[in-house]
Ligand binder design. Structure first.
Ligand SMILES: Nc1ncnc2c1ncn2[C@@H]1O[C@H](COP(=O)(O)OP(=O)(O)OP(=O)(O)O)[C@@H](O)[C@H]1O
Length: 289
């Protein structure tokens, strides 16, 4: 850990000593977090480090020990936390607008129908994510990136004060990535939405998050501002590969260090490379013309 988290004025969500065990293997080892309203926490860490497990445990989708509570000490209910899962099941035959309306379910009474206000919220989210023209398509007829934006739309339609995003932009092109992240950022500034987002692109995570939480094999090994957590030595150790951290136009950029050139096999004078193949092709083309 990189030192204590500063005390904040109010708490949106508190996670204390959270443990998760799968098949006798502990995959989350006593995680503590405290989030303030309107804060964006970026959750980072290698594959299998426990990011999804932490998010799923926060909403009670996996059994855990420890505590997850709102600022007033209550256990969060379905309207308090909204999770955009990494790979949700998209029901066959359901239209995009029907799927996004599922985000309103936690607000409805038993057997109640969605109201006109619920439909307006769903339509508004679809419009803000440039998905209005997809509203009547079925969810199985979408590209991977379109489907991911629809899943985000459903999570946003829930309008919970805390939004948990599990790799929200992994399938998105550059433009749609920015569109989604800017919308979430706007909502937290406008409405005080608290965001926890698991992301693999460390530079993008650093750009949007107030703080980063780095998980390694189920333990929180660093928590703090992006400049502190994105320490090249720490990241190199945790990710098992040397990385460089640069500041470009005021933004942190994390790049893997190139591997040292492979040793040539004994006796070989030269190892063919892509460049050699390209040169040979170019020579042949010149000879033909
Ligand atoms: N249902 C499950 N049963 C058993 N083990 C599981 C289950 N789900 C996850 N795990 C294990 O728990 C550990 C943490 O997985 P988790 O999905 O939380 O990692 P992650 O950090 O989100 O990884 P990624 O970046 O690949 O999405 C991994 O070792 C994984 O194999």
């Amino acid at each position: 850990m990189t030192g204590p988290t500063p005390l904040r004025a109010a708490t949106a969500l508190r996670v204390a000593d959270l443990h998760v065990t799968y098949d006798a293997k502990e995959v989350l080892r006593g995680v503590d977090l405290e989030l303030s309203p309107g804060e964006w926490l970026g959750l980072i860490g290698p594959n299998g480090s426990g990011k999804s497990t932490l998010l799923r445990a926060m909403v009670g989708l996996v059994p855990s020990t420890g505590r997850v509570e709102l600022g007033d000490g209550r256990r969060p209910g379905p309207v308090d936390l909204s999770l955009m899962p990494q790979a949700p099941e998209l029901p066959a035959g359901m239209t995009v607008v029907e799927y996004v309306l599922l985000g309103r379910t936690s607000h409805l009474g038993w057997l109640a129908q969605e109201s006109r206000a619920d439909r307006r919220i769903a339509t508004d989210v679809l419009r803000r994510l440039s998905l209005a023209s997809f509203a009547d398509r079925t969810v199985r007829q979408l590209s991977g990136g379109e489907a991911q934006r629809v899943v985000i739309a459903r999570a946003l339609a829930q309008q919970s004060p805390v939004l948990l995003l599990d790799e929200p932009t992994s399938a998105l092109d550059l433009g749609h990535q920015v569109e989604v992240l800017e919308l979430v950022d706007e909502l937290r500034h406008q409405d005080g939405l608290t965001v926890v987002a698991a992301m693999h692109d460390l530079g993008v995570a650093a750009r949007y998050a107030d703080r980063l939480a780095l998980l390694d094999r189920g333990s929180l090994v660093s928590l703090g501002d992006p400049g502190t957590v994105l320490d090249p030595e720490l990241l190199s150790r945790v990710y098992g590969h040397p990385v460089h951290v640069h500041v470009v136009d005021g933004h942190l950029l994390v790049v893997p260090a190139p591997r040292p050139p492979r040793a040539r096999p004994a006796g070989a004078r030269h190892t063919p490379t892509d460049l050699d193949a390209h040169r040979a092709r170019t020579r042949r083309t010149e000879e033909i013309s």
